[in-house]
Ligand binder design. Structure first.
Ligand SMILES: Nc1ncnc2c1ncn2[C@@H]1O[C@H](COP(=O)(O)OP(=O)(O)OP(=O)(O)O)[C@@H](O)[C@H]1O
Length: 289
């Protein structure tokens, strides 16, 4: 029956990738450059479901990037293991090896400055022989237009704002169809407006691809707004101290920032991170004394 009222379309279901599940079991990492023993991770365990968006927070120096680097294959573990879809990805016996199934976007841009946006995005799949240049161009154009970047294909990175550059990098990562997207504080240095636009584009891409996302941040509101699960790491040596499940529906809306659920999660997160920050500060004071 047509009541004459405006009907709101139900939110689009979020597809989740069928792969990209990770098990991190008692992961340990000791850096020992020239005999300086730094225990960055100790017995760090967590489970990430296929297609889950996980944010990780914790005091500076607690081991967040170390964990990301071991997942990415940039560095090895000294104990424990990391499995990707049940297959060993990192163990103390295994040489670290990056792969196209895990792609990383950092805070500081890593686009080739001498290549256009289109050339940057298509470089990976073309060089790896995964797509022809024509296929890669078509796919890149579709993906760029999804994040409002359809008219900058021939621009160079230096001509783009930081927000646009980060969007291009995320598209460049996703065109490789990875199992896991690893993001190390990608929006850290951005102003509030650019940051909120970047959240919107990332969420749109997540809702469209359902890729597993591992997202490091210091911004607690950002963590809750984006993720399905927020993990709090202890001060070094880092392990997971607390897991907060975020049950806000998707697609996420900015109005949710004022919801009871959001505010309650934020209060819990602030308390957990504050405790660890105080410990990190005190440990620093002891080291200085
Ligand atoms: N290559 C390295 N050699 C020696 N120590 C290292 C190395 N990389 C990191 N560390 C140390 O390991 C600890 C964890 O560093 P990591 O960068 O993982 O922390 P983080 O939580 O990502 O910090 P931040 O939030 O400040 O980026 C720190 O004490 C750091 O100084």
């Amino acid at each position: 029956m047509n009541t004459g009222e405006t009907q709101t379309a139900p939110p689009a279901p979020v597809c989740r990738a069928a792969d990209g599940a990770m098990s991190i079991r008692k992961a340990g990492k000791i850096y020992d450059p020239e005999g300086v023993h730094v225990e960055a991770l100790k017995d760090c365990s967590l489970e990430i479901g296929a297609g889950e968006f996980v944010a990780i927070v914790g005091p500076s120096g607690c081991g967040k990037s170390t964990l990301l680097n071991t997942i990415a294959g940039f560095d090895g573990l000294t104990s424990g293991e990391i499995l990707l879809d049940g297959e060993p990805l990192a163990t103390p016996e295994k040489d670290p090896s990056p792969g196209p199934d895990r792609v990383v976007v950092f805070q500081h841009g890593a686009l080739f400055p001498w290549k256009t946006v289109l050339e940057n995005v298509t470089y990976g799949p073309v060089v790896q022989g995964v797509m022809s240049e024509e296929e890669a161009n078509k796919r890149a154009q579709e993906m760029l237009s999804r994040v409002g970047l359809n008219d900058i294909e021939t621009s160079y990175p230096g001509q783009l704002s930081s927000g646009m550059q980060r969007r291009v990098e995320i598209i460049r990562a996703l065109i490789n169809n990875p199992k896991v997207l690893l993001l190390d504080e990608p929006f850290r240095a951005m102003d509030t407006v650019t940051k909120s636009a970047s959240h919107q584009y990332l969420l749109e891409l997540y809702d469209a691809t359902g890729k597993t996302i591992f997202f490091i941040t210091h911004d607690l509101e950002e963590a809750i707004f984006l993720a399905d699960k927020v993990l709090v790491m202890t001060t070094r040596p880092g392990f997971i101290k607390k897991t907060l499940q975020v049950n806000l529906p998707r697609p996420r809306q900015y109005s949710m920032l004022a919801s009871e659920e959001f505010l309650s999660l934020k209060a819990q997160l602030v308390e957990a991170v504050h405790e660890e920050a105080v410990k990190a500060f005190e440990a620093g004071e002891r080291e200085m004394a």
